[in-house]
Design a protein around this ligand. Structure first.
Ligand SMILES: Nc1ncnc2c1ncn2[C@@H]1O[C@H](COP(=O)(O)OP(=O)(O)OP(=O)(O)O)[C@@H](O)[C@H]1O
Ligand SMILES: [Mg+2]
Ligand SMILES: [Zn+2]
Length: 512
């Protein structure tokens, strides 16, 4: 009267296999679950009892002890319903012991025995395969994301009764497979394209540079100038996700339960745009069972912060660590978890509280004190992490009414990819540097050498434009990217002078 069934639980963005042991004793009927269950796991016994009975199986009138091992891992969630039910039915002789071997069971049960979608299936399947399980049984609604891992048979089943029939060879099912190549051949069908944006050639150019060198960028312009429109199209000019990147991003969305049932793998770079009222926990992650936040949902993609100065100071402050480390570390008394958070920041703001300071067609109603206070909100360490500042002018009527379409995202992206390849070759021996934006002081010295004309130009700009010292390295990195887009080995004065233009917020005098 004993059974051992396998299940799994996520831990950060990885997973651990959990053993579900079931033992019966001839005593007054009761069920106890041991092994650090959280409340969802404890509630599981009510669901399991109802589901077993409502599926037409006899429920054993015995003392049932269920042990979830290893005990030192905190187990979260409702995915243990199915393995617990299978454990009870196996110990009771309704399923043969061999039938449940080498299989991972996952799924939440409804009272009527149907199986509900659960979180974190993808990391579990990846781990299960790694340690040699060859079969996974999940709710039908979770099967898509599970099926992306090959070399393991994944079955999506609707209810407990069918799982039992399947294990007893009374029901024939085919494992679900998703063809990776097919998935990736569909990628980059973004609905939004840069060719929709009329005019704004300078802004598009700066976004291209940002995409090519992974530079964070901030756009400053009046309402209706197209900042949000441009930001939303930004992922369409980034290089396509690699399979490994896609897997990492999908894992994060999977454990947070924000992956929709019809998606096997996220094949487009994510675009996240949290509102400025977002809490720091929602932005970087947190909770007693640490859950990833927006910065991790944007992993390998774009985090768009619209109305940038409206974000609370403490919220922007907590973003500094992930922006430097490309990951978030969340410490709890018993554990410390890491979630990847390698994103590109795109920020947008108005030039003043009323919005129209730089708009030639509308009167700005702010006084200079208000404007200075508004600009001061974004100064300092945060601005220090943004390489490119670009002013977005009000769209000219002539541009808006023109029939001429701009370049498509695909055309821009081709150049971005070429520049990216140059960087991959350049940083081949630097494991922590993937793009020009990642360069530290040493790399800047090595890869951003200037000739005497360039040195002279930069020196002049620093003093004449009143650029701050922190602007210096940013200008060099951005000019490196501009040179890469042009395929130029050396940084030339025209690359430098373009990069200098992208430091408008560093000028000691914003007023012009
Ligand atoms: N360059 C453009 N080409 C075509 N349409 C544009 C352009 N700029 C703005 N629009 C139109 O104006 C609308 C408003 O633009 P958008 O929301 O991007 O402005 P915004 O700069 O984000 O403004 P706000 O500061 O109010 O957030 C867009 O949805 C689009 O229809
Ligand atoms: Mg907007
Ligand atoms: Zn104003």
């Amino acid at each position: 009267m004993f059974s051992k069934i396998f299940s799994s639980s996520t831990f950060g963005i990885d997973a651990v296999v959990v053993e579900v042991e079931t033992h019966f004793e001839k005593q007054l009927p009761s069920i106890i679950i041991v092994g650090l269950p959280d409340s969802a796991v404890r509630e599981s016994k009510e669901r399991v009892v109802a589901a077993i009975k409502n599926s037409g199986f006899e429920f054993p009138l015995k003392k049932i002890t269920i042990n979830l091992a290893p005990a030192d891992i905190k187990k979260e969630g409702s995915a243990f319903d199915l393995p617990i039910a299978i454990g009870i039915l196996t110990a009771n002789g309704i399923i043969p012991t061999e039938a449940a071997e080498k299989t991972i069971f996952l799924g939440e049960l409804s009272l009527d025995g149907s199986l509900r979608k659960i979180k974190g299936v993808l990391p579990i399947v990846v781990e299960a395969k790694r340690i040699g399980f060859n079969r996974i049984i999940v709710p039908a609604n979770s099967v898509k994301e599970a099926s992306i891992v090959d070399g393991v048979d994944v079955f999506g089943i609707e209810n407990l009764k069918d799982v039992v029939s399947f294990l007893n060879n009374e029901l024939e099912l085919k494992p679900v497979k998703t063809n990776r190549n097919e998935l990736f051949s569909q990628i980059n069908k973004y609905n939004l394209d840069f060719s929709d944006v009329k005019g704004q050639e300078n802004v598009k150019r700066s976004l291209e540079i940002a995409a090519a060198g992974s530079h964070n960028i901030i756009m400053i312009g009046p309402p209706g100038s197209g900042k949000s429109m441009l930001a939303k199209r930004f992922p369409s000019i980034l290089p396509p996700l690699t399979f490994e990147e896609a897997l990492e991003t999908t894992k994060i969305h999977s454990i947070a339960g924000i992956l929709s049932s019809d998606i096997a793998l996220i094949t487009e770079r994510p675009f996240r745009s949290p509102h400025h009222t977002v809490s720091d926990a929602a932005l970087i992650g947190g909770g007693s069972f640490p859950r990833p936040g927006e910065v991790s949902f944007a992993h390998h993609g774009v985090l768009f912060l619209d109305e940038f100065p409206e974000f609370k100071k403490n919220v922007l402050e907590v973003m500094r660590q992930p922006m430097e480390d490309y990951k978030v570390t969340i410490s709890r008394s018993k554990m410390s978890l890491e979630f990847p958070a390698n994103f590109m920041l795109v920020a947008a703001m108005n030039p003043c509280p009323c919005g129209y300071y730089t708009d030639p067609t509308k009167e700005c109603t702010c006084n200079s004190g208000m404007i200075q206070k508004y600009m001061a909100k974004i100064s300092g360490p945060m601005l220090d992490r943004i390489d490119i500042h670009i002013e977005v002018p009000a769209v000219k009527y002539k541009d808006l009414s023109s029939n001429i379409n701009g370049e498509t995202s695909e055309e821009i992206r081709k150049r971005v990819i070429v520049a990216k390849e140059i960087q991959i070759a350049r940083f081949n021996e630097f494991p922590n540097i993937h793009s020009n934006a990642d360069m530290g002081t040493n790399e800047i010295r090595q890869f951003c050498k200037l000739d005497s004309a360039g040195t002279e130009l930069l020196k002049m700009a620093m003093t004449k434009l009143g650029l701050s010292a922190r602007a210096y390295d940013r200008i060099l990195k951005v000019s490196r990217t501009i040179a890469d887009i042009e395929g130029s080995e050396n940084i030339l004065p025209n690359h430098l002078s373009e990069a200098i233009q992208y430091r408008s917020l560093d000028r000691e005098l914003w007023m012009h």
